[in-house]
Every structure is written in C-alpha cells, then in structure tokens.
Write a protein that binds this ligand. Structure first.
Ligand code: TRP
Length: 336
C-alpha cells in the first residue's frame, strides 16, 4: 500500500474564534480534510496554552473543538484529539530537547519579541516574566509534528519558523540516532486574505475589532452595522477596493456574487443596504453551524467522548513509535 501523506495542524485553545479565522483557516482546512489522498491530524494544543487562567484554557478547548466540529470537521475522517491526551508527545518533547541547540531556540521570534519588549524598558531584566515554556515552545511543537510523521504542516505565516525548527531538530536526531523522523514542510496559505475588522484594520483579537464566529444573530447584525464606511451618500458610486464591507463580503461570496455586488457599488448602493446584505449573506452561511455549535456547547460530554476516541486513534500511532524512539536513544529495559 502506498502510504498516505500526513497533514497535521495544531490549534491553540486561547480565546474565541472570529469570522476571519473561519474564512482564513477553518473553511479551507475543512475542505482539505475531505481530500482522501491525505490523512489529516488536528489537535487542540492545550499544553501550548497553559500558564494563564486555568478555566480559560478548559473553556476555550471546549469552544474551539465545538467550533471546528460545527463547521464540518468530520472526526471520522480525520484524527481529532487533544494534545494532553497523548502523553507520548510530552515524552518525545523531552527527548527532542537533547538534540535541540540552545542557540536555535535563542533565534525563535516569539521568544525574541518577549526579550525585546523587556529590553525596551530601561533597567529591566531582559528575561523578566519569560517562562521556560515560551523558550521551549518550538521543541514541544516539533514533538507534535514529528510524532505523527507529518510531511505537511499548514500554519499561519507566524508559525513558519517553528516548523523549520522542527525540521532542523528532526534532521539532527536522524543524523545522531538513525533515520527516525519525517522532515516536515510548512504550508502557508498564500492566497488567504486577512479580513478587515470593524475599524478597517486587520481583524484581530488584540485590536478588539472582531466579529465572533458564533455571535448570536442579533449581535452579528449589530456588529456588521458598526463596520466603518466612508461618508459617500446613497446614489454616489463607491469603490469596492476601498471598502471593508466589500472585503468581508468577498471572503464569503462566490466570484459571481462578488461581481454582482461590484455592480451595485458602481450604481451607488447605500451603505446601510450593503450592511444588511452582508449580514444576510454571512448569517445564511453560518446559521446551521451556529445551531450545531450551540448544541455541542450544551453537550460537553459528547465533545469529550469524541476527543477520547480521537486520542485512541492517535495513540495507536504514538505508543509504538515512542517505544522505537526510546530504544534509539538508549532508554531500554536492562534485559530483553
Ligand atoms: N503554535 C501554533 C499556534 O500558535 C499551534 C501549534 C501547536 C501547532 N503545535 C503545533 C501548529 C503543531 C502546527 C503544528 O498557532
């Protein structure tokens, strides 16, 4: 049998998802997961999320798992699991620490940014409040990836360096202990447009300008009515290239729908009318998923059971592989 290409991606359970995450990451990932020539692993990276509010990690794990299920990720077609339910990942993480150069970790963007922030304050210790889990973050991420022999790792641009580090770590291990790991490549969605938020800047939690993916219908409508527009009056032609409303509509619409809206812009559609139109377009697409999301949020036992089944599938791979890895590095029973 030809072995299937393995595609793996981790989702850090922090915060709540917004419509930018949906069109930029979730929709394409769900479509890709239906590709029968690849085997997809999706996991909730909860060990990557610890250190802050404990309840927030747990709540976000439920919310984000329910969201992915609600938008159509099929747990029978992919391996969907929670990182902390697969203890072999953590074991591998430590083993990988032994082939990870400290100098490599010194170059990680996230760590460097945290140090730079401290250095910007005169007299402050450059390592103030920086925990080892930030420093070692790329090693745990390498364990996530290498454990399942993933060849392709779809990630946002900000994670590309981490995948490259996983590759370096794998190479060094293979060189030292013999061919063990598959060298992963990051897959960056280049055609993924980032959505503008309510104020026209990039939609981002840190700007407080997001439209939550599963906002209730009334709330969704209210937020869309707040999206920034120009002062052009009804009847005046409008330029889609200079309109957050259009950009958001474009991300949801087909080419034909988008062309029709461009004509309405040229004909001077009123901003209020366009907002109502955008609301209806998004709401129509999201309403069924929202209903399923709400059902799942009210049935956490069902979500937990799915995650447990996913972890069993993952561990069917990770248990035998960690046994091989342990043997390679010399962690062995004294008598065989
Ligand atoms: N670090 C990723 C993020 O913050 C999440 C993640 C953890 C991940 N482990 C991974 C992504 C392994 C891809 C592969 O978005």
């Amino acid at each position: 049998m030809l072995s299937m290409e393995i595609v793996l991606t981790g989702i850090k359970p922090t915060g709540t998802l917004h419509i930018g995450n949906y069109v930029g990451a979730m929709k394409p990932a769900v479509a890709a997961s239906r590709n029968a020539s690849a085997l997809s692993y999706y996991f909730l990276a909860d060990y990557h999320a610890i250190g802050g509010d404990a309840d927030a990690v747990a709540r976000s794990t439920l919310e984000i798992t329910a969201s992915w299920l609600a938008v159509g990720l099929d747990p029978n077609q992919v391996v969907l699991y929670r990182q902390s339910d697969v203890p072999e990942i953590l074991e591998l993480s430590w083993i990988l620490h032994s082939v990870t150069a400290k100098g490599l970790m010194n170059r990680a963007h996230a760590y460097k940014a945290a140090v730079a922030e401290n250095e910007a304050v005169p007299g402050r210790d450059p390592d103030q409040a920086i925990m080892m889990n930030l420093y070692s973050y790329p090693v745990l991420m390498a364990a996530d990836i290498l454990m399942f022999k993933a060849a392709k790792v779809p990630v946002g641009r900000d994670q590309k360096q981490h995948v490259e580090m996983a590759r370096d770590i794998a190479q060094r291990f293979n060189h030292h202990f013999g061919e063990t790991f598959v060298l992963p490549d990051a897959v960056i969605g280049d055609n993924i447009a980032t959505l503008p938020g309510l104020d026209g800047r990039k939609m981002s939690k840190s700007y407080g300008n997001v439209i939550p993916l599963f906002a209730a219908e009334k709330e969704l409508r209210k937020l869309i009515m707040k999206i920034k527009t120009s002062s052009l009056e009804p009847g005046q032609p409008k330029d889609p290239a200079d309109s957050a409303l259009y950009d958001i509509y474009r991300a949801f619409a087909s080419d034909a729908e988008a062309a029709a809206v461009r004509e309405r812009y040229a004909a001077g559609i009123a901003w209020g009318e366009m907002k109502q139109f955008l609301f209806e377009r998004i709401n129509t697409e999201i309403a069924p998923a929202r209903a399923e999301y709400e059902r799942l949020m009210a049935a956490p036992g069902e979500v937990e059971a799915l995650l447990q089944r996913g972890a069993e599938k993952a561990r069917a791979v990770s248990r035998p592989f960690i046994a091989e890895i342990r043997d390679r590095v010399g962690i062995r029973p004294l008598v065989r």
